[in-house]
Design a protein around this ligand. Structure first.
Ligand SMILES: C[S@@+](CC[C@H](N)C(=O)[O-])C[C@H]1O[C@@H](n2cnc3c(N)ncnc32)[C@H](O)[C@@H]1O
Length: 260
């Protein structure tokens, strides 16, 4: 066995052991709830200058997913300050850079074939202006509207028709009904072999008092929506290995891989 294969085998064993370490999982959850719930830890980061409301582990996780899937379109519900759109756009730009390097061709940045489509019910003027002014903006398009509005759904569907490898990210309103409706609307746009990432499934695992001022909480959140969706969508499965590898993630049971 090559050294590389041996290393990969050791990593897989690490991940399997992590997945079985109930105490470490509980300690991680306790830490995340304190850091996120008491200190808004996920607000502390930016990607290429734009605030991104994610944990660093999930940002690295997205990098791995984009490298593995090599999507030509990332669709995301929930823009906020735009950091996650810039993250996805920058990863797609790197894919094009790597393709050019591999084929010895000149990278034409004006082409921006791989694109990001973001949807938000309220794209604040200052956020839109900052996203538009960013060097990655030429591969980003945005739609303002509720992600579950039929008009938004048809616009996203029409946009996605020109793309063959699509990765979907759901990070908007975190109630059960909303996320379930998003899964029904956008899950099917996920290409076979790609992922539909559902963020903030962690709400189900946190004490209710952390979401007292929110419309979501235990029993009514993205994780319960995923569970209901999977009952009638065997074409998706939860990628537990991915979640176990990250350990620190706001998306437990939220990395949905499309199988068929
Ligand atoms: C958690 S933030 C998104 C964070 C962003 N994805 C990031 O990683 O930086 C949630 C966003 O969802 C938006 N939102 C809330 N309800 C929505 C809806 N019905 N449709 C679309 N977006 C919605 C909010 O305006 C807010 O900007």
């Amino acid at each position: 066995m090559s050294e590389e294969s041996e290393f990969q085998q050791a990593v897989r064993a690490n991940i399997e052991a992590l997945g079985k370490d109930a105490q470490l999982k509980q300690d991680t959850l306790d830490w995340m709830i304190r850091a996120g719930g008491d200190h808004n830890y996920s607000y502390n980061f930016s990607w290429l200058g734009r605030p991104i409301i994610q944990y660093p582990q999930d940002i690295v996780g997205m990098q791995e997913l984009i490298w593995k899937v090599k999507p030509d379109l990332v669709i995301e519900m929930g823009i906020a300050h735009g950091g996650s759109l810039i993250l996805h756009a920058s990863m797609l730009a790197l894919l094009e850079y790597c393709e050019a390097a591999e084929t010895g061709s000149v990278l034409d940045t004006s082409q921006a074939r791989r694109r990001v489509l973001g949807v938000d019910i309220d794209i604040r003027d200052h956020n839109r202006a900052a996203i538009d002014a960013h060097p990655m903006s030429h591969r980003i398009d945005m739609i303002q509207g509720s992600s579950i509005d039929p008009d938004t759904i048809s616009q996203v569907e029409a946009y996605s028709r020109d793309y063959s490898t699509v990765l979907v990210v759901l990070d908007s309103n975190h109630t059960h009904d909303h996320v379930f409706a998003e899964l029904e609307a956008y899950g099917r746009l996920t290409s076979v072999g790609s992922y539909c990432v559902v963020y903030d499934t962690l709400v189900e695992d946190a004490p209710d008092e952390y979401f007292a001022d929110r419309p979501w909480g235990k029993g009514n959140n993205p994780k319960t929506a995923v569970w209901e969706f999977l009952k009638s969508h065997p074409e998706f499965e939860i990628d537990k290995e991915f979640e176990n590898k990250l350990l620190i993630t706001v998306a437990p049971d939220g990395f949905l891989r499309r199988l068929a």
